[in-house]
Design a protein around this ligand. Structure first.
Ligand SMILES: [Zn+2]
Length: 274
């Protein structure tokens, strides 16, 4: 059987495993691998945080199995969509490995809007301009439509692609959402933070993160992280209800937190730049 455990050499002659008790080995792992936060890939962060000593994990399979959970106590920072793709396809490709990360930070920003997304907005613009010319619509109407389309594209396609694997595969203790750059892709400073959070509306497949933190979105007199945490919890219960065929928990009622977020998102949607 070619599983990770099946091919593992017990390293019974190695003094590191035979002489040093597990508690002390774990102190070594903590010292070498736990640094607080790590970029999934170098370009993910510009921070000067210390790097974990990954070479330790290459010494042998037994050590890797024993020490790797310590590495994944760090918060893994995922910025770009391509980082998320590589992370899920290369770093944690198997279902068992997908349970390793316990804490991640993901950003949803206007920079996520790709050239392809822009091309689709451009094509939509051409189609619209034909329609508007035929119906003698105004240039303002045209601009509003392009603006609406670009915002929906960013939310429903671009950001959703980043969020879906997180919802479907991870079993997190902590989720940090960086919304500092959650603005309209048209460079007109429409806030899209509530819309960004609605990308999580499908709910987590396994568990709601115990700790939720929000970066870059503050409102007076409101603990945003608590509101978002409550919404994530509701959505996760609802997803579980749908899977179990439990209509009550699948439909449920809209909580205060959810209502607040939905109102906020529709405000963001209506606000249009002139
Ligand atoms: Zn805008």
């Amino acid at each position: 059987m070619n599983t990770e455990v099946g091919t593992m050499n017990e390293q019974s002659t190695s003094p590191f495993f035979s002489k040093i008790p597990p508690e002390l080995r774990h102190l070594v792992y903590d010292e070498c691998l736990f640094v607080g936060e790590v970029a999934a890939y170098k370009k993910s962060t510009t921070s000067n945080a210390p790097h974990p000593q990954l070479s330790l994990l290459c010494t042998c399979r037994r050590l890797k199995l024993e020490a790797e959970p310590v590495l994944y106590r760090n918060t893994v920072i995922l910025r770009k969509e391509e980082d998320i793709q590589s992370f899920f396809q290369k770093t944690i490709p198997t279902p068992a490995r997908k349970f390793l990360p316990k804490s991640i930070e993901v950003s949803l920003g206007r920079d996520d809007f790709t050239t392809l997304d822009s091309c689709m907005v451009y094509n939509h613009g051409i189609t619209q301009s034909r329609g508007l010319l035929a119906s003698s619509g105004s240039i303002n109407e045209y601009n509003r439509e392009i603006h609406r389309f670009a915002k929906l594209k960013l939310r429903d396609a671009t950001w959703q692609r980043k969020v879906d694997p997180i919802l479907d595969h991870l079993r997190l203790d902590r989720l940090v959402l960086d919304l500092s750059d959650s603005f309209c892709p048209e460079d007109c400073d429409c806030r899209m933070a509530a819309m960004a959070i609605l990308c999580f509306e499908k709910g987590f497949a396994f568990q709601t993160p115990k700790i939720v933190e929000i970066k870059g979105w503050e409102l007076d007199d409101l603990d945003i992280a608590a509101v978002v945490g409550e919404c994530l919890g509701t959505w996760t219960v609802r997803r579980a209800g749908k899977v179990a065929g439990d209509a009550d928990s699948a439909l449920g009622t809209i909580s205060e937190a959810e209502k607040w977020l939905l109102d906020m998102a529709s405000e963001e949607e209506e606000r249009s730049c002139s």
